[in-house]
Design a protein around this ligand. Sequence first.
Ligand SMILES: C=C(O[C@@H]1C=C(C(=O)O)C=C[C@H]1O)C(=O)O
Length: 106
Amino acid sequence: MNSTAVAAQKLVEKTLTEKTGAHTDEAAALIAGARERIDSLDDRIIGLVQERMAVSAVIQEARVTSGGRRVNLSREMEILGQYRDALGKPGTSLAMTLLELCRGRV
Ligand SMILES: C=C(O[C@@H]1C=C(C(=O)O)C=C[C@H]1O)C(=O)O
């Protein structure tokens, strides 16, 4: 690497360190790599939420078309319990947000 390349590389490293808040290059590289994995997981989670919304809409549509109600509270209680059992109290909030996305506010 010539001196310009070394200077450019140092600039990139400094930026990476600043971006991650790490105090060593090693930690900054680890954080940058792990953040890529988180971005990829978030993309998949968003895709799954959108898929859940579409499946939920099919169920609600079928029930409403058959003369029933859009919302089924006993089923929603089951879902809230499942998320709370798996994730603790914040799991309930997460499930409420998911249900709100899937069927709108009550
Ligand atoms: C999808 C359904 O309809 C509604 C939406 C739900 C959901 O998104 O999980 C759960 C209960 C209902 O309020 C269902 O009854 O299963």
